[in-house]
Write a protein that binds this ligand. Structure first.
Ligand SMILES: Nc1nc2c(ncn2[C@@H]2O[C@H](COP(=O)(O)OP(=O)(O)OP(=O)(O)O)[C@@H](O)[C@H]2O)c(=O)[nH]1
Length: 441
C-alpha cells in the first residue's frame, strides 16, 4: 500500500519537531566549566600578591580549602591581594572562549574591612594585548559587596564591564573597550585595596561558569528557518501539484473539445446524409419536407413546382437501370444549374422532383418551370455513348402566406397530372387560387 505524504503530515511533523526542540533546550544539560570543584584545588591558579617582602603578607591559611590571609604592613598606601585562575597553558595568548557562558556561580567567604570583593575576567585580544604586559588583556570586572556574598550567588557574565580606569590607562579606540570573552586567559577574585595594618581573610569555595550548549536565540532562529524552509517546500510542492493538475485538466478539456467537435461533425454528416438523396446529391423527400416546414412556418407564402420525367420507364427499359440513374442525375444537375440560391430543390421520389420558391409569385414560378422544361429538353443527355432524348412535365401551384403547403402540393400534383394528360413536356399551372400572374404559360 502506498502512503502519500500530504501537507497535514508535514505540518504535524513540524509541530512535533518544534516542541521537541523547545523542550530539548530546556532539558539539555548545561555547559559548565568548574574552575574549582568544591574541596579540590583544580588550578592552575596563583596568589596575586606573593610572599612577605616589603611588608606584603599573603599566605594560605588552608590551601586545600583555598583560604587566604592578606595583611599589609608596608609603606605604600595599599596592596592588592587575591586568587587568579589561569585559563591558558604556557602561552598567555591562547585563552579560552567563554562567550558561550551566560552565568558564573560564585561561593565566597570573606572577613575583613574591604567594602567590596572584585570578580574579574581578562581577555587577551591580539589586536592590542601584549604578552609582556599581563594587564593589557582586556579587563572585565564586577564589585561584590560583602553582604552580596553571604551565600552562593549567581552572577550574569553581562554584569562584568570594562572599568573606566582600564579604558583610560590603555587609551584604545572605542571598539576595543567593548566587553568580549572570546579569548579569556584569566579569572580572578581579589581584594583590590588592602591597606596598611588591615587583616583580610578570603575563601573561595566555588567558581563555576554555566551556559547553554546551544543558545536559545540560535534554537529559535533554527526553528524559524526550518518553518520558513518547510513553508517554501510546501508552497513549491503545492504549486507544482496545482500546475500538474491544471495541465492534466487542460489536456482533458482539449480532448473533450476535440471529441465534441468530432461528434458535431459526425452528427452534421449524419444529418446531411439523412436529408440528402444518395443518387443525385440533392435533398431527399425528408430534407424537402423539413425545408417546406421551415417555409410554411415563415408564413411568407411560396410556389411549388412538381417535375416528373416523361416516360422514364422507357428510358430504363432502353438504357437499363444504371442508364436510368444517369438520366436522373443529369436532370437534377440541369435543374440545380438554373435555380436561385433561395430556391429549395429535391427528389420527391422515383423520377419525380420538387422545387419550392420563396414568396407567392406564380408568374415567376411558371417562368422558371418553363425555362427548366426547355433546358431539360435541350440538354445533352448521353448514357454509354448513346444520346437520350429526355423531357419532363411540370405542375405549378401556389401556397399563399399562411396557407397549407400540403394542399399546394396536391394541387401541383394535379396540375402535373394534367400536363401528362395533355401530352407531356409541358407546364401546367394550378388555377384554383387567385394569383398575381396569368395561370397559363
Ligand atoms: N433507374 C431508375 N429508375 C427508377 C428509379 N425510381 C423509379 N424508377 C423507375 O421509374 C419508372 C417510373 O415509371 P412510371 O411511373 O410508369 O412513369 P413513366 O414511365 O415515367 O411515365 P410517365 O410518368 O407517365 O411519363 C419506373 O419504371 C421505376 O422503376 C430510380 O431510382 N432509378
Amino acid at each position: 500500500m502506498r502512503h502519500e505524504i500530504n501537507n497535514n503530515h508535514v505540518v504535524l511533523a513540524g509541530i512535533v519537531l518544534t516542541l521537541a526542540a523547545l523542550v530539548g533546550i530546556e532539558l539539555l544539560p548545561q555547559r559548565t566549566l568548574d574552575l574549582i570543584a568544591p574541596g579540590a584545588a583544580d588550578g592552575p591558579y596563583l596568589i596575586t600578591a606573593d610572599g612577605t617582602q616589603d611588608g606584603k603578607y599573603v599566605r594560605w591559611i588552608d590551601e586545600k580549602q583555598r583560604r587566604l590571609q592578606c595583611r599589609y604592613t608596608g609603606t605604600h598606601d595599599y596592596m592588592g591581594c587575591g586568587l587568579t585562575f589561569v585559563l591558558t597553558g604556557e602561552d598567555p595568548r591562547l585563552g579560552r572562549d567563554l562567550s558561550h557562558f551566560d552565568t558564573m556561580e560564585v561561593d565566597l567567604a570573606y572577613t575583613g574591612p574591604s567594602p567590596f570583593i572584585r570578580l574579574a575576567i581578562r581577555d587577551f585580544d591580539r589586536r592590542f594585548s601584549k604578552v609582556e604586559d599581563a594587564n593589557s588583556a582586556r579587563f572585565h570586572s564586577l564589585n561584590l559587596r560583602p553582604r552580596d556574598i553571604d551565600g552562593p550567588l549567581t552572577v550574569e557574565l553581562s554584569e562584568l564591564t570594562v572599568p573606566e580606569w582600564w579604558i583610560h590607562h590603555y587609551d584604545l579606540s572605542r571598539e576595543y573597550n567593548r566587553p568580549g570573552l572570546e579569548n579569556a586567559n584569566a579569572v580572578s577574585v581579589d581584594i583590590p585595596f588592602v591597606k596598611s595594618g588591615e587583616d583580610h581573610v578570603l575563601q573561595l569555595r566555588r567558581l563555576t561558569l554555566k551556559g547553554q550548549w546551544v543558545s536559545r536565540d540560535r534554537v529559535y532562529l533554527g526553528i524559524l528557518c526550518a518553518w520558513l524552509l518547510g513553508a517554501t517546500v510546501l508552497v513549491v510542492r503545492g504549486w507544482s501539484q496545482l500546475s500538474r493538475s491544471h495541465h492534466r485538466q487542460q489536456r482533458e478539456i482539449d480532448a473533450l473539445t476535440m471529441r465534441t467537435r468530432q461528434l458535431r461533425l459526425e452528427q452534421e454528416k449524419l444529418m446531411r446524409l439523412a436529408t440528402i438523396d444518395e443518387l443525385t446529391g440533392v435533398l431527399n423527400r425528408r430534407g424537402l419536407e423539413q425545408a417546406l416546414d421551415d417555409y410554411e412556418e415563415a408564413a411568407q407564402g411560396m410556389t411549388v413546382v412538381m417535375l416528373d420525367i416523361d416516360h422514364f420507364k422507357r428510358v430504363n427499359d432502353r438504357l437499363g437501370h444504371d442508364g436510368g440513374d444517369e438520366v436522373l442525375r443529369r436532370v437534377a444537375a440541369v435543374v440545380v444549374a438554373n435555380l436561385r440560391s433561395s430556391d429549395v430543390f429535391g427528389r420527391w421520389g422515383g423520377e419525380e422532383f420538387l422545387i419550392a420558391c420563396q414568396g407567392p409569385r406564380m408568374r415567376d414560378a411558371a417562368r422558371l418551370a418553363e425555362k427548366l422544361r426547355d433546358r431539360i429538353e435541350h440538354s445533352e443527355t448521353t448514357s454509354a455513348g448513346v444520346r437520350v432524348a429526355v423531357t419532363a412535365s411540370f405542375g405549378v401551384a401556389l401556397a399563399p402566406p399562411g396557407g397549407s403547403v400540403a394542399d399546394a402540393l396536391k394541387r401541383a400534383d394535379a396540375a402535373l397530372y394534367r400536363a401528362k394528360a395533355a401530352g407531356r413536356n409541358r407546364v401546367e399551372v394550378d388555377r384554383s387560387l387567385p394569383s398575381d400572374a396569368p395561370t397559363t404559360v
